[in-house]
Design a binder for this molecule. Structure first.
Ligand code: GH3
Ligand code: MG
Ligand code: MG
Ligand code: MG
Length: 298
């Protein structure tokens, strides 16, 4: 495995591709396309970190390719640099207004190409990092609450279209304040990390999302899971948390750490919101707490 950035070079003249490839191949993973149609296909397949895009090509020209790329959800964030012999301002402005990040004129000057590409690759890396941080909980590495809510919202729309099930499990660690009081806050943090990994292990599908909802509260989003499957997964979560065998002498119900869960399951409908699911799961969670904790309600 290597972490080299991937650059897609698009040009209908192979000589141009060769010149740019010679400048960049030592530092980056290079793939290329010799037409607009091929460029879109390759971009979809390899999801490059940067596209060097020729303007004048037979068939779909560079502007057309740029428009297509910016309109596709998965590709829209890929930076595009136009490379062209056109030197007039109008062409440059048109490229930039289509969402290109930069403009390099031909004939290619190797040092300029290298420097601009390096800058844009670094910016892309920082943007990706920020985007990742914006959806991640720093302590556990799980999704954060914002991402949880956004994911439920998207899932409702997707699932409602097929009248499919959505289940949300909300869970809360029992007597966690007393855990911190007994073992200290750093040990409490380690406990949260362990519970997070137990939750992840209990998931069955790659489209399941596990999130840290708040301090010692977590949530699982289970698209396509009906009530019975969700209850089975909740039981699996309980088993995984039990297997951690985390001592909890401050708990009045068990010598080990336990959790309480609330499950909300329904067939998704368009007028439902993420709060509907969270609130319902929270009411069930409250029943588990009130019923003595270490329980699943749904
Ligand atoms: P219950 O069984 O009713 O859920 O009781 P509880 O003590 O777990 O609930 P409470 O809401 O009273 O306490 C939650 C505790 O979680 C209090 C807070 O200090 C702790 N907590 C919240 N976030 C963190 C964190 O990031 N790290 C650590 N170590 N503790 C946290
Ligand atoms: Mg050309
Ligand atoms: Mg709580
Ligand atoms: Mg708690």
């Amino acid at each position: 495995m290597n972490n080299r950035a991937v650059i897609l070079i698009v040009d209908d003249e192979v000589t141009n591709i060769e010149i740019m490839n010679a400048v960049l191949e030592d530092t980056y993973e290079i793939c290329f396309a010799t037409s607009g149609e091929q460029a879109i296909e390759v971009a979809r397949t390899v999801l490059p970190d940067l596209i060097l895009l020729d303007v004048m090509m037979p068939g779909i020209d560079g502007y057309g390719v740029c428009e297509r790329i910016k309109s596709e959800r998965l590709l829209a964030d890929v930076p595009v640099i136009f490379t062209t012999g056109l030197t007039d301002q109008e062409a440059e402005v048109r490229g930039l207004s289509l969402g290109a990040i930069d403009y390099i004129t031909k004939p290619i000057q190797p040092v300029v190409l290298r420097a601009r590409v390096a800058n844009h690759i670094e910016l892309k890396r920082l943007r990706d990092q920020l985007a990742q941080m914006a959806v991640t909980d720093a302590l556990t590495g799980l999704s954060n609450r914002r991402h949880l809510e956004e994911t439920i919202k998207t899932e409702i729309t997707d699932l409602a279209a097929n009248k499919d099930w959505l289940s949300v499990i909300l869970l809360d660690i029992d007597f966690f304040k007393s855990f911190n009081d007994t073992y200290g806050h750093p040990e409490g943090d380690r406990c949260l990390i362990m519970v997070a990994s137990a939750l992840t292990r209990a998931m069955h599908r790659s489209d399941n999302t596990v999130a840290r909802y708040g301090g010692e509260e977590f949530a699982c989003i289970l698209p396509g899971a009906d009530y019975d499957s969700a209850m089975r997964i909740a039981q699996g979560i309980k088993t995984q948390v039990q297997a951690l065998n985390i001592p909890h002498s401050g708990s009045s119900i068990s010598p080990f750490l336990t959790i309480s869960m609330g499950v909300a399951s329904a067939i998704a409908e368009n007028d439902m919101t993420s709060s509907d699911w969270i609130n319902h799961a929270d009411q069930q969670l409250y029943l588990s707490k009130a019923g003595g904790r270490d329980m699943i309600s749904g």
